[in-house]
Structure formats: C-alpha cells, structure tokens
Design a protein around this ligand. Structure first.
Ligand code: SAH
Ligand code: SF4
Length: 436
C-alpha cells in the first residue's frame, strides 16, 4: 500500500497528517510522493479562513477522478474543516471513504486498524511486496522511514483555551489537552536516535503547556529544558507560542538551552491596542514589544517572525497605521499576513465585517511591502556572520534563525554545517561553507 498525505493550513495540520499515516506505515505501507502513485490519500484540512475551507472543498472535488479510477483506493478527509463540516462533506462527496474531524483524531489509530483488517485486499493488491512482511518494525526502524526529512514535529498539546474573537480553532479543536512529558521525551528520543536533527514542538498555544510528572507540575520552560537534555537532539523549535505565556522563565530557558534555535514565531495580530482588545488577545502593543525587547537582550541572535490580520471589524486607517508602526519597530524577519475573514460561530462574526474588501487588499499590499523591507534589512545584517545550517536538500536549508539559505557546493541532505552568510537574494541568504 502506498500512502500520500496532503496538508492544508498550519504545521499542526502537517503533523496530524503524518500521525494519521503512522498506523498504515506501521503495517508496512510506504509513502507515495504523488497522488497518482497512492492507494490511500489522507487530506488534512484547514478552516481558519474562508479561503482555506474553499481550497479544501475544491481539492476534495478534484480527488473524485483519482478515486473513481480505482474504487479500492481510500480517501480520508480529516482536520479542522472536516470537524466543522463533516456532514456536508459526506453528503456532497460520496467518493470520500472516511471523514475524521480534528477532535476525533485520537481515535483514528483504532479506526485505521479496522479499515486495514476490513480492506485486506487493498493491501494485497498493492505492488509493495513488503506489505505483509514488515509488521514488526521496531520504533527506531519506523522512525527512520520518517526521518528522510531533516526536521520533524512532536505534538505536545491539542486544542486551545483562548477565545480570540476572530478564531474558529477552539470550536473545532476543543479545550486544551496536554501530553505527558515522558511520552514527548520518548518521541523526541526515538526520532532523533533515528537520525532526525531538528524537532518542532507543536501546540496552538504551545507555551501554555503543563502536565504532572513525578508528582509535580511541569510547565513549558521546564519542558524545554527536559527536551534539550536529550543528547541526540541538535535543534529545537516550538510553535506557536502565545505572547501572554512568554514569561521571564521561558526566555531564560530559551537562552540557556543549547538546542533551542534563535528564532521565535510570536503572533501579534495587530499594532492597535483598541483592536487587540476587540480581538481578546490579552496583551497590549507595549507589553508585546517589551517581551520582544527582553528576548533580544538575552538572546542577541534571535530573529522574530509574526502573524498580522488586516481589516478586523472597525479597523480604521489609524489602527492600521499603528500596525505599520509596530512592524517598523519590531523588524520581523518574516510575517504571515492575512485579510480578516469572518468565521461562523466566532465572537467577531457578530460584528459587522465593515472594512471593504478593496481596503483590506490595499492594507495587505502596504503591509507586505513594509514587511519585505524589514525582512531584507534583517537578512542583510547577517552578511559576513557565521551561521549553522541544516540542509534540507543538497543546496538549500535553514539557519538556526529560520532563514532560508542556499549555497553552491552540494552537501549531503540532512547534514548540519557551519557557514558564513555571503549575500542576500530575495528572501534567501546565500551561504559559504566553513570547514569545521
Ligand atoms: N494558534 C496560533 C494560530 C492559529 S491560526 C496562535 O494563536 O498564534 C494562524 C493564524 O491565522 C493566526 O495567527 C491569525 O493571524 C490567522 N487567523 C486566524 N483566524 C483568522 C481569521 N478569522 N481571519 C484572518 N486570519 C485569521
Ligand atoms: Fe485561535 Fe487565539 Fe487559540 Fe490561537 S490562541 S488558536 S488565535 S483562539
């Protein structure tokens, strides 16, 4: 059996897709690099904006031809959009075999086992002669199949206890559930022992993590320290932290842990305190910038990236100017920028979506222009400086700061090496390898 995962949306969606494919991989399935080569497609969907949901719907529609070519093929539609409109997907797209909403994901492995038992013909008809012979893969062997990538994800919590007024995530993913620290550590150990160099800890507000271990509470900063102590781990990242939980203790742990990369994606959403309040973000422009100031003081090489929403209900030109001023002050090295999209059932959906589309588009374009400037300024500051690069391919990879990098002389992929930044081309640092 060959399995292909397609993830729309955030890294949690990518991680969910990989996790859902595990029960199949454990039973001998292989990864297909294209839809046409696959016997099973797992699509993890996103519902965070209207546009994301439309993409999911159109992709499900286009997968009909693939399914009809061989009805024994298996199409699984999962994730956040599947949670919100599972009924509609079942009704409109009878070619979908299985709909698994984001909240049902923990039950999927058992379901997958049933599918595989009920559909043994699917496995037997597969060209893969290994299909029935590799049941007893050890954890390490299994991970090594997934370790073809230089970096991997480890989910540390699911759900979100916040209620940002624009956001549909809490309603489709539910309340926060934390994974045991020992389970997280076991996964990090297994993955890195199999060759993975870099791990990203994932959660919607990953730094609100807490759990009990040996009778006492572990919070996020301590989780960082525990994971950092895994000797085979080279680089550690985490996504997405919420500014409210960026504490002095968390910053200290980041500064002191050797593996924690000098990069923080810290979504701010707006530079206007009035809008931040309407968004229910639980911080102000000043408190956000103060935390970033501390991060930069204690971790001088850190680069910050962020998310911005333009055109939130009632956003005025002046509110937007404050966002531009915030970006100028923050100097992020990259920003994900979004036009506000009213999502059903959210608090802000009850407000009038009164910023005209043309104004949203104009603000987005102005913001993107400013972001391009600050990003290239940040990149240029690195020229002449040393970088540690993790190769994704023979000539492309990422620095610890999260910069895309490229170089001339091919290296083996997944290798970690020292380099010097030589120049900037668009959003990429051109690097030269330094002999270690
Ligand atoms: N849990 C993460 C992000 C979740 S969604 C966090 O709290 O940071 C990812 C990004 O999508 C958000 O940071 C926000 O910038 C954007 N987003 C979420 N809902 C949106 C909406 N209704 N309209 C436009 N952008 C939205
Ligand atoms: Fe959505 Fe806010 Fe939770 Fe992030 S913190 S998932 S933006 S509700």
């Amino acid at each position: 059996m060959k399995i292909h995962t397609i993830a729309l949306g955030c890294q949690m969606s990518v991680a969910d897709g990989l996790e859902m494919s595990r029960p199949f991989i454990e039973r001998g399935a292989e990864r297909a690099s294209a839809i046409d080569e696959a016997d099973c497609v797992i699509l993890t969907t996103c519902t965070v904006r209207d546009h994301a949901e439309h993409r999911a719907i159109s992709l499900i529609g286009r997968l009909r031809a693939w399914k009809e070519e061989d009805p024994r093929r298996l199409l699984v539609v999962a994730g956040c959009a599947a949670e919100r409109m599972g009924k509609e997907v079942r009704r409109r797209f009878p070619h979908v075999d299985l709909v698994v909403g984001a909240k049902s994901l923990p039950r999927f492995p058992a379901l997958a086992a049933e599918i595989l038992e009920g559909r043994s013909r699917l496995l037997e008809s597969s060209e893969s002669s290994q299909a029935r012979t590799v049941w007893g893969l050890s954890e390490t062997e299994l991970e090594s199949r997934d370790a073809r990538l230089a970096h991997g994800f480890v989910t540390v919590m699911r759900g979100c206890n916040y209620s940002c007024s624009y956001c549909i995530v809490p309603s489709v993913r539910g309340r926060e559930i934390y994974r045991d620290a020992d389970e997280i550590l076991a996964e990090v150990r297994a993955k890195t022992a199999a060759g993975l160099k870099e791990v990203t800890l994932l959660g919607q507000t990953v730094n609100s993590y807490r759990s009990q271990r040996e009778g006492r509470e572990i919070r996020f900063p301590e989780l960082l320290r525990l994971v950092d102590a895994v000797p085979s781990l080279e680089r550690l990242r985490f996504m997405s932290p919420h500014p409210h939980f960026v504490t002095a203790e968390m910053i200290r742990a980041m500064a002191e842990c050797r593996s924690v990369c000098e990069h923080l994606h810290l979504p701010v959403q707006s530079g206007s305190d009035r809008i931040l309040k309407l968004m229910r973000r639980n911080y102000t422009r000043a408190s956000y910038l103060e935390k970033v100031g501390t991060l930069r003081r204690l971790i001088p090489e850190i680069e910050i990236t962020t998310d911005i929403i333009v055109g939130f209900p009632s956003e005025t030109d002046e509110d937007f100017e404050e966002t531009l001023r915030l970006i100028a002050a923050l100097e992020p090295s990259s920003v994900y920028t979004f036009k506000y999209s009213a999502r059903p059932g959210t608090l802000s959906a009850a407000m009038e979506d009164d910023v005209p589309t043309a104004v949203k588009e104009d603000r987005l374009a102005r913001l993107n222009e400013l972001v391009a400037q600050t990003a290239s300024r940040r990149l240029s500051r690195w020229i002449g400086k040393p970088l540690q690069i993790l190769a994704d391919t023979a000539t492309t990879g990422r620095s610890r700061q999260g910069f895309k990098t490229r170089w001339e002389r091919p290296v083996e992929s997944q290798v970690l090496f020292s380099a010097r930044a030589a120049s900037v081309e668009r959003q990429t640092l051109i690097a030269e390898r330094i002999a270690n």
